[in-house]
Design a binder for this molecule. Structure first.
Ligand code: AMP
Length: 192
């Protein structure tokens, strides 16, 4: 049984310095559509964000974008989505994306992506949701962050249980498997 219907993907509004990042965004889109998992994302047309949205649409999948009016005004919104939700603030946007999605996947990105990842994790920790989240570790992009999180754990600021919530996948297929399993566990009242 499938537990993942809509996945929020957080990723760069830039394309990154290597084609491997764009390839990973396209591969994630293909894997999602083959598993009938819809995309929830930040609604932009730039960088990896625009690429994954275009790729899901091109493969015949559904894409839900959530964007604040200020970003629509500077014309970075994607015009061809299944649904574009325009909201008033960034806070509202994050809450809407969290509501719409069953799980979260972070592809390579910058501060916006980091902010979204850590909010997914901290809101889970505080009990606002019990949805799982995963890093797609494209070409080792997240290795430095994973080392730091281990350091924070070793330093006593993160429990082992909390640390173990951060899923890490080497490819999109593995990411979707891990998230589906974790979403299933959540419905049974387990760790998530
Ligand atoms: P960054 O990783 O700093 O490039 O930020 C990307 C993340 O922040 C995405 O997952 C978006 O949800 C949000 N974001 C940042 N910049 C934009 C933009 N120009 N248009 C839409 N969303 C953006």
């Amino acid at each position: 049984m499938k537990h993942l219907d809509r996945l929020a993907v957080y990723c760069g509004s830039a394309p990154g310095s290597d084609m491997v990042f764009a390839d990973a965004a396209r591969a994630t889109a293909a894997e999602m559509v083959s598993r009938k998992v819809d995309l929830v994302y930040g609604g932009g047309r730039l960088g990896l964000m625009g690429l994954i949205a275009d790729s899901v649409l091109a493969e015949g999948g559904r894409v839900y974008g959530v964007i604040p009016q200020s970003l629509v005004d500077v014309e970075v919104a994607h015009a061809g989505l299944t649904e574009l939700h325009t909201v008033t603030t960034m806070h509202e946007r994050k809450a809407r994306m969290t509501d719409l999605a069953d799980a979260f996947l972070a592809l390579p990105g910058g501060i916006g992506t980091l902010d979204e990842l850590f909010e997914a994790w901290s809101w889970n920790a505080l009990g606002y949701h019990c949805k799982p989240f995963c890093l797609l570790n494209v070409a080792g992009f997240w290795n430095g962050l994973i080392s730091f999180i281990d350091h924070a754990t070793d330093s006593g600021f993160l429990s082992q249980r909390r640390r173990s919530q951060l899923l890490v996948a080497a490819n999109p297929g593995e990411a979707l498997e891990l998230l589906d399993e974790a979403a299933a566990a959540a419905t049974q009242g387990m760790v998530w």
